[in-house]
Design a protein around this ligand. Structure first.
Ligand SMILES: Cc1cc2nc3c(=O)[nH]c(=O)nc-3n(C[C@H](O)[C@H](O)[C@H](O)COP(=O)(O)OP(=O)(O)OC[C@H]3O[C@@H](n4cnc5c(N)ncnc54)[C@H](O)[C@@H]3O)c2cc1C
Length: 399
């Protein structure tokens, strides 16, 4: 699947960080993770920490799928409001899912600290109304989040103008958010775990998987066999190929990194921003004082069409941002587009899937894909090590 087009900022900023050899012999491991993006890396870390011998294979170069395109805002607030999720999945389940997301933000920062990744930084998140008609539902959302003890503040029009120079009616300010460079973080995390026994093979595609009573044989495109007890699918949006049920709508999304902004206001350095409209505009700063701005999603995944629309979309994103911040001159420098998945309730699919033996799925679809990768790693580790996770049901294929 053609997941990314254009010039993702992280690839150009970091360059080719590390080469991993392809697999060129038959091989065996307790667990094989298919997919070397940020999800595969975090799952591998969790298993390696638990003393499980595992390996990652990726058909391409490591972290060059969606991970390289990610704008990497790390949030507990998912695309669906907590109030909507309560309606869909029940109050207890919805609140627990949101709390797990909040924990995942902290966990990612903790992980970055352990491995010495300096791209991950704690931020606050500002969720602002796109129009007057959204005030009521945002107010409802604020009340329900407060009820469930999320650290949120309500900001009115005046506060927003004073603190953020932002023209919006109201907003929820949350303390619990972060940013990261998913591309370099993935490499840093893999290298940390390679020293602890993890094997990573790039340019190694699984082409045929045979599920046996006692394990699984993965045949690679190059003709080698991998024998393993368990398989973890961390194949991003390509996971849908293995699952019979349609679980995700694949869309296209667009982003750019601006030229560095001289005298960038401090609020861009402390806060990540997103809005109540759907599809939503979102933005964050980078360490070299650019703004990374994304949105304007299209409801199709056709890569050719996506590429054709990239320039027009970048202009639309820029114009939308300028309406909010007329005093900031913004010049798109690097522009790109990617495939993006949406599930019905905004939550990921994690865990076992009926009929696919000895296998676990880590499908972190949605605007919070990276937050979901952290949750997937925890649940899958618990399922493998303890044969049970108290949270598996929340994200299961049968929820
Ligand atoms: C423009 C854009 C902006 C985004 N912004 C955010 C954001 O702000 N915050 C956020 O949380 N998320 C965001 N996301 C989503 C986030 O990037 C993804 O959720 C995340 O990168 C998914 O990581 P992954 O490892 O699951 O998938 P990927 O990075 O796509 O990795 C999957 C890997 O599996 C490999 N693979 C597939 N099939 C096989 C096979 N048969 N054999 C071997 N290997 C295989 C692929 O080569 C690929 O490298 C954004 C996405 C895009 C496109």
């Amino acid at each position: 699947m053609d997941l990314v087009s254009g010039q993702p900022y992280w690839l150009l900023k970091n360059g080719f960080l590390h080469a991993y050899q392809p697999l060129r012999k038959n091989y065996a491991a307790d667990v094989v993770i298919i997919g070397g993006g940020i999800t595969g890396a975090i799952v591998a870390h969790s298993l390696t920490e638990s003393g499980i011998k595992c390996c990652i294979i990726d058909k391409g170069h490591i972290a060059m799928g969606s991970t390289s395109a990610s704008t990497s805002l790390i949030q507990y607030e998912i695309d669906r409001h907590l109030s909507e999720l309560i309606r869909l999945n029940g109050e207890q389940n919805a609140a627990t899912a949101y709390k797990l997301c909040a924990d995942a933000v902290e966990e990612l920062l903790y992980l970055a600290n352990i491995i010495g990744d300096t791209s991950a930084k704690k931020k606050q998140s500002l969720y602002f109304t796109s129009s007057k008609k959204d005030i009521k539902s945002l107010q409802r959302e604020f009340e329900i989040r407060k009820k469930h003890k999320f650290d949120v503040k309500w900001l009115d029009k005046k506060n927003l103008e004073q603190k953020f120079n932002l023209f919006s009616e109201a907003a929820i300010l949350s303390d619990n958010a972060a940013i990261v460079d998913a591309y370099s973080f993935t490499h840093n995390l893999l290298n940390y775990n390679i020293k602890r026994g993890l094997d990573v093979f790039s340019l190694t595609e699984s082409t045929k998987i045979t599920y046996k009573k006692n394990g699984v044989i993965i045949k690679t495109k190059e003709g080698f066999n991998i024998a393993t007890g368990k398989v973890i699918y961390a194949t991003g949006y390509e996971s849908q190929n293995v699952i019979r049920k349609k679980i995700v709508n694949l869309n296209s999304t667009y982003a750019f990194a601006s030229l560095p902004i001289t005298d960038i206001p401090n609020y861009f350095k402390t806060t990540i921003f997103w809005e109540t409209a759907r599809p939503y505009l979102y933005f964050r700063s980078t360490s070299d004082n650019r703004l990374m701005i994304g949105g304007m999603d299209d409801k199709f995944k056709n890569p050719q069409l996506r590429n054709l629309r990239l320039n027009k979309k970048v202009i639309q994103i820029k114009n939308k941002f300028t309406l909010l911040y007329p005093s900031i001159s913004i010049y798109p420098d690097f522009t790109w587009a990617g495939t993006f998945g949406e599930t019905k309730d905004g939550l990921p699919y994690i865990g076992e899937y009926k009929g696919v033996l000895h296998s676990y799925f880590a499908c972190g679809f949605g605007g919070n894909g990276i937050t979901f990768s952290v949750i997937a790693a925890q649940i899958i580790k618990d399922l493998i090590v303890h044969k049970h996770s108290p949270y598996a049901k929340l994200f299961s294929f049968t929820r």
